[in-house]
Ligand binder design. Structure first.
Ligand SMILES: C[S@@+](CC[C@H](N)C(=O)[O-])C[C@H]1O[C@@H](n2cnc3c(N)ncnc32)[C@H](O)[C@@H]1O
Length: 365
């Protein structure tokens, strides 16, 4: 075990842990009767470590290497593809940073108002690199959004990020202020304009519909941004969060029992009714499926262990916004409660639910 740890560049403790959780078990025996790694075990360890270094969590790695339909060559191909994808993204990010550096060197300055509007974008310039590890399209939520778009053919996606919810069968234009997020849009994604919601660079009624998903809470002035969407499009569809209904602070066990600081992030936040009124919208609830594919903050309500994974938290802005002290305390306390069975006891009623109502709302105007 010591020799394999040394060769693989990991600690013996890590190998023990992988053994304990059944991820990589030394299946051979030495002449003296000690447990040892066979060639097959070493191959599996190499795959596990490669997926780990690409940012996958232990549970995901277990699923990947445990898949009986994937042999060693298929794993190597997949790893190669993932690495090339990562290299492309890094290249794109370097190019975006170079463009900004050139603009700055030429003395291009933003007005104070533009700077404030880009505040939310700056957060994503700092944390956006971790986004795509877990943030992707959740088809059930996407279907609800796309249905709400009705027969719109031209669609503006505001705060588009990497484009997770852009419908592929319509003519989409994206708006995204963060260079890091723009750089991570996949090749072939809709064209993307660098701008903020509060001042959209489009004429009145330029689009059949404007959509915004999981972004309004980052805007400097949500009401101004919503009005801009209303101005440039005939239909507006916004996936947002209700932080005004009575008892909203106690809806989700994570913020109720472990991260009360979450509530403080929403003290300046307009009410759902205020946002709906600004654009003449109705609101419909958006349930979060138990196996939600998009790693948004509430996504793992029935899979609490996910919140212990660093790469899962890094793709959720909440953790950066509450700060490292609150984050570490919440994770420690959740980890203790999972180990002691206290979490399971407190949240027994969740085990039978397929979807949860945790305050996500679709505004449709
Ligand atoms: C949680 S991400 C959501 C991205 C995408 N809509 C999705 O669902 O995957 C929030 C996005 O809002 C963007 N954002 C921040 N401030 C903004 C503003 N004032 N106007 C438009 N977008 C903004 C961020 O840069 C980030 O890409």
């Amino acid at each position: 075990m010591g020799r394999v740890a040394e060769l693989a560049g990991v600690t013996v403790r890590t190998l023990h842990h992988y053994d304990e959780i059944g991820l990589v078990r030394p299946s051979a025996r030495t002449a003296a009767g000690y447990r040892a790694y066979s060639a097959g075990d070493v191959e599996r360890l190499r795959e596990v470590l490669a997926y780990r270094r690409l940012g996958f969590g232990l549970r995901e790695v277990a699923d990947l290497v445990g898949d009986p339909s994937t042999d060693a060559v298929a794993h190597l191909r997949r790893l190669r593809g993932l690495l090339l994808e990562r290299r492309d993204r890094a290249d794109a990010m370097v190019a975006a940073i170079d463009r900004e550096l050139t603009a700055r060197a030429k003395g291009m300055k933003m007005t104070p108002e533009e700077q404030l509007e880009m505040l939310g974008a700056r957060l994503y310039d700092a944390i956006g690199g971790a986004y795509i590890a877990t943030r992707r399209t959740e088809l059930r939520i996407a279907t609800q959004i796309w249905d709400a778009l009705g027969d719109a053919q031209t669609v503006l996606n505001v705060g588009a990020g990497t484009g997770s919810y852009e419908p592929s069968d319509r003519d989409v234009t994206a708006v995204e202020p963060s260079a890091v997020m723009r750089a991570q849009r996949p090749t072939g994604a809709a064209p993307c304009v660098a701008a903020a919601a509060e001042s959209l660079p489009f004429k009145d009624q330029s689009f059949d519909a404007a959509m915004a998903v999981s972004t309004v809470h980052h805007w400097r002035d949500p009401i101004a941004g919503l009005r801009e969407m209303r101005r440039v499009a005939r239909r507006v569809v916004v996936l947002t969060f209700d932080a005004s209904e009575p008892g909203w602070q106690r809806r989700f066990w994570l913020t109720r029992d472990y991260l009360p600081e979450f509530v403080g992030l929403f003290t300046q936040w307009p009410s759902l009714a205020g946002m709906a009124d600004a654009i003449g919208a109705r609101a419909e609830p958006v349930p979060i499926p138990w196996d939600c594919a998009d790693g948004l903050f509430e996504a793992y309500w029935r899979r609490p262990g996910a919140y212990l994974e660093d790469h899962v938290r890094r793709a959720m802005s909440v953790w950066t916004r509450v700060g490292p002290e609150a984050e570490q305390r919440a994770v420690r306390s959740l980890s203790d409660d999972l180990a002691s069975g206290r979490w399971a006891e407190r949240n027994r009623d969740l085990a039978d639910l397929d979807a949860a109502e945790l305050g996500l709302r679709l505004l449709i105007a």
